[in-house]
Design a protein. Structure first.
Length: 244
């Protein structure tokens, strides 16, 4: 049992959360729209593009290891220990995301295409907080993340409101269509004793035990955190690398 891996992951997420006031413009969907209206590729555009292409190899590992909103939601889970339902409701976040992407494309076309790339667009020497107004924006984002998590359960924002996850979900679907090899979970269902420790501890509230029983470990909401691997007393689940 590799408990240290989860401790390291938690500390990395804590650091990411602490740095959120500095980095949150790079996660801003609005800055992409604003930049697109001027023909500018912003830092957030570059980061979201990286998330899309990294999903071909690493899946949604960003959500498990680097997202500052992840630790905010874990803190909320300590206040209200409830798992999110997920299922078909997970598709809700794809609706606004699709409209947003269409608007971005339209704005780039309207502005005459890409004119320049500015990774530090709208930041002060790379730091997100430019003025007092930015503090209110950050507070609003934190309120949205924590509000969805408290209302709908653990990682509620990931399931229903995240504007970054769809890049990795769509990237994963395209990856599977192309049968591109990637980091994934594998299991040996013959070893499973059905203790359901994996399902109880999954940050995304997935039915991991059911996935093991069916012999199908791929799931669009899996974030490759490795929690199910580390809590399994029989070593049923492991990381692997390969195609679908």
């Amino acid at each position: 049992m590799t408990v240290n891996r989860q401790r390291i992951r938690e500390w990395v997420l804590i650091v990411s959360m602490v740095l959120f006031p500095i980095t949150f413009y790079y996660l801003s969907p609005y800055l992409i729209v604003l930049g697109a209206s001027e023909g500018i590729v912003s830092g957030s555009f570059l980061l979201f593009s990286l998330l899309f292409f990294s999903s071909f190899v690493l899946g949604r590992i960003w959500c498990a290891w680097l997202c500052p909103g992840a630790e905010v939601q874990e803190l909320c889970h300590r206040v209200r220990k409830k798992g999110a339902k997920g299922g078909k409701l997970d598709l809700i976040k794809l609706g606004p995301w699709t409209v947003w992407v269409v608007v971005i494309i339209a704005l780039f076309i309207r502005s005459g295409g890409i004119s320049t790339v500015q990774p530090l667009y709208q930041t002060w020497h790379g730091i997100s907080i430019l003025a007092a107004g930015a503090v209110f924006v950050l507070a609003g984002v934190l309120l949205l993340i924590s509000g969805l998590s408290l209302a709908f359960g653990r990682r509620g924002f990931c399931h229903y409101g995240c504007w970054m996850a769809p890049f990795m979900i769509v990237g994963g679907k395209l990856r599977d269509l192309l049968r591109f090899p990637h980091l994934r979970l594998r299991s040996d269902k013959e070893k499973c004793i059905h203790c359901k420790a994996c399902s109880r501890n999954c940050p995304m509230s997935l039915d991991v035990e059911g996935m093991v029983s069916k012999g199908k470990m791929d799931h669009s909401e899996c974030i490759n955190c490795g929690t199910c691997i580390d809590v399994c007393p029989k070593g049923v689940i492991r990381y692997g690398f390969g195609g679908p």
